[in-house]
Design a protein around this ligand. Sequence first.
Ligand code: SF4
Length: 303
Amino acid sequence: MGKNITEEIEKLKKERNAIILAHYYQPDEIQEIADYVGDSYYLSEIARDSVENIIVFCGVKFMGESAKILSPNKTILMPSLDSGCAMADMINEGEIIEFKNKYKDAYTVCYINSSATVKAHCDVSVTSSSALDILNSIENKQILFLPDRNLGEYIAENFKEKEFILWDGCCKYHNNIKINEIYELKEKYPNSKILVHPECQKQIRDIADYIGSTAGIINYATNNDYKDYIIATEEGILYELKKKNPDKNFYIPGGSISCVDMKKTTLNNLYDTLLNMKNEVILDESVSKNALKCLENMHSLAK
Ligand code: SF4
């Protein structure tokens, strides 16, 4: 489109009384135009509490699904409805049922990066920013955690008195970060701080100065006076980091970590979605009802 597409999107957004939500891993121009940018936990709260009835969710499928579960009467649109999360797809309904059958007395905790169908079989969902608070409120000794073994392992390290049985899934982008790539950056920038997402492997977490969610990483860099930071997570986070900290330096191990699915949102498909009111997230009612308990427990236990 020849005319300024961002102006057209703004205009359509007002006409439709819609809001745009974007995850920190979305492309820069999408974060720029969004009304709210944040991590999964923050965005799930905004989706639940917004007064607008149309939410355009720029992220991956499980995020749009979570918004729909929390707000069944709102219209949730996704510019790239086919953006999956490879980690969320590492467990399906049959597998969660079988997993639970093996450990009948366990409490089942799923990372928010899981499908609505899987959430419908779980007791509570967690995000990387809320996981430790939520686990603190759970009395059960035996915990099934899925699908991310790295986040599960990190949580388990903080709750030694509990027995964690972990599903063997991971995010290929975080799991593939190499320790040598971090050492190389550390050698170049010896005063840098290493900020790590808990989806990374243990050997990476073990050399971190800080471990936390995307929002946690942004807060750490913003609230500290150090100049250089090594950022072990998806590079979309750099947009907000640089915006909040124009005088600081941020380095991604290996030069680039880019989630293909997160980058499927474009200004063009965002515009097209709003113009044609297409790509609506539709969920089976009973799945949605059961998955709601899991997300409501997340919000109440995280307090
Ligand atoms: S970065 Fe990893 S966990 Fe996040 S959406 Fe992409 S594949 Fe899923």
